[in-house]
Structure formats: C-alpha cells, structure tokens
Write a protein that binds this ligand. Sequence first.
Ligand SMILES: Nc1ncnc2c1ncn2[C@@H]1O[C@H](COP(=O)(O)OP(=O)(O)OP(=O)(O)O)[C@@H](O)[C@H]1O
Length: 371
Amino acid sequence: MHAPQRSAGAAIEIRKASKRYGAFTALNDIDLHIRPGEFMTLLGPSGSGKTTTLNLIAGFTDISSGTLEIGGKSVTGLPSHKRNIGVVFQHYALFPHMTVGKNVAYPLALRGIKGDDREKRVKRALDMVKMADFAHRYPNELSGGQQQRVALARALVFDPPLLLMDEPLGALDKKLREWLQLEIKRIHRELGTTFVYVTHDQEEALVLSDRIAVFNGGRIEQIGTGRELYDSPATLFVGRFIGESTVLRGSAEVSGDETVMTIGEQKVVANRRLAGDARPVILLRPERVALKRPGADVVPGENRLTGTIAEAIYLGSGSKYEVRLADGTVAVVRSPLGAADFGIGDTVDIAFLPSDLILLPDDASADVTLT
Ligand SMILES: Nc1ncnc2c1ncn2[C@@H]1O[C@H](COP(=O)(O)OP(=O)(O)OP(=O)(O)O)[C@@H](O)[C@H]1O
C-alpha cells in the first residue's frame, strides 16, 4: 500500500465579500480567513449563504464586491478549472459510463498524467477511501456511501491543496453518515489539505471541524472552535444553533457588575452585565442545570426556578427532562446517570450557578430564523 501524500494546504482569505443577485443580497460583507491545512465548516440554516461562499471559492460564481485570495494569490477572474481545487457535492457526480478506476483517473488524464504514475495515484486514492477492490465496478453498482467515497478519491487524486465539500453526506442514512464523518476526518489528518465543508447539521460540524463559521442571513455571526461556539456564543442565534439550550427572558436590572432578571415571581442573578444597553437574555446548557426537589440541597449563590416535569426521557447514559417553568418557558435539563429520578408531573427546582449561565443580547430574529 502506498502512503498517502501530504500536501501543503492552501490558505483562503476572503475580505468584505458580497454577492448580489439583482436586488437580493445573498452574501453581505463577509470576512473569512482559513488557515493552511485547516478543516473549516460553513454552518447555517437553509439559504444563509454557505453554498454561495463555497461557489465563490470554487469559481462557479463571481464575487460582486470584496476580495478573495487562495494560497496568497487573488483568484478574481480565474476560471474554476484553473484553481486546482477538489470538489465533492451532495449528489454524486460520477460519470455513469466509466468504471470507478476510470472516474478516479479522469482528473489525472486532464492534467496529462499517464502510465504507471497515473495507475499508482489512482490506486493510492482508492486505498485511501478503502475502495481499491471496486475499481472495475460502474457507479450504478455501488451504494450511495461507496459512490461518495469514490467521489472523494476523484477529488483528491491530483493532490489539490484545497478540497471543497457541499453536504457530501446529506443523502446518506445516519449510521453511514457518522462512519463517513470519521473517515473524512482521518483523511484530512493524513493529507494536510485544507478542507472547506458545508453543512446545516451542527453535530456534523462539531465532529469534523477545527473551526466553524456560523452563517445567518448572508452574514457570518461567529467563527470559532466547536467549544468556543458552545461555551461562549457571541450571539443568541449562535447559542441556539449550536447544541441544545433554554432561553430565559424576563425583566432585567443591572446592579453593579451583576444582572438580576425577574422571571415570573423568581429572580435569577448573573455575575456580569452586557456592554451597551441591549436587553439581556439568559441561555442555559442542559448539562449545566441540576434538578432538585423544591427547596432541597441548596448550594450558596445558586439560582433556582420552580417548575413541573413535562417530559422525562431515559437515555441510557442519563436522563433528559423538559421542565415547564411558572412563566411557561420549557427548560431542557440533562441529568447524568445516578442522579435522582423524577417523573412527569413532579414539582422540581432547576438549579444553576451564576457562572454556568450565558448572558447575551436579546435578538428576536434568532427565534424566527431557526424555525
Ligand atoms: N442564482 C441565484 N439567483 C438568485 N438567488 C440566488 C441564486 N443562488 C442562490 N440564491 C439565493 O441566495 C441565498 C443563499 O443561498 P445559498 O445556496 O448560499 O444558501 P445555503 O446556506 O447554502 O442554503 P442550503 O443549505 O439550502 O443550500 C438564498 O436565499 C438563495 O435563494
């Protein structure tokens, strides 16, 4: 077996880029810097501008304003076939009349690579995606997952410094998707190529990426590692889009460096305040909240809100609860294995420390955009 060839990944630098279709702005002034060899995922709801960004990088569409550099060079006006980029789409674009081997050899033939060298590279690419035994099959003799592995081999066979993928696993079932995510991650680690990956699936983004750019309405809301986006979202939209959460709204007052929010009849204290005069909301992560019997096991300084268990789901690794609070908000709580059990209808307190809540400026559009 041939060792995979490590390539130097290309950096991408997008500055103040916009894309307009007539009066409609699909991308609005985005800045995106992707490091050489990085796995960057473009994440966001449908229509948020992810594919438009990928198409700009690929050269399938022109930028309306702003600049785009790949590997330190401006690519404005450079046609896509001269950008030396590998591309994989959701729908397998394999040539139906060619065998797997011929499909993978195609980009090499285009580049004038012949004979032994071509054979070796095809073999290496098929080994990488564990499809070497299928070289003589035709695409219609392969499953969807196998076709996508061949598409990946074909996109990487000419050692491009950059690979673009647009929802490549979108048409596959969950188990296969999860397995291929790990395969893609392994291949990225082995190659050193820069990967740019489009998905609307936040779990997939968390599994794969070095960093994630979260798109909303043609803008990038935040760029960061999965941990940064989950623990310290910059906006309510990002906080709600990544992972599960509960949003608490109430009347807020700032006192010194604290924010005190009154929710129904109860008060919640956050040990910080927002800059500016935006209306604050509280975001809670389900595993940062404990369920307790009303008034029991008090920890000094913790916040407590009383509610009723509306749903209790046993998950094996623990339990998930939905708790209807007095003001009607439904809070999501995940309890670890061994924590006290509660049943539907039980009155409980949700308890969390001021340091375990996330305080963000309210943004009503975060609710609308997610539905
Ligand atoms: N050729 C076009 N003409 C007009 N509008 C377009 C064109 N291509 C895309 N758009 C619009 O630009 C916006 C962004 O589209 P884009 O395909 O980038 O979204 P996306 O985030 O990739 O969504 P999805 O996950 O549904 O593919 C959408 O509102 C879309 O309708």
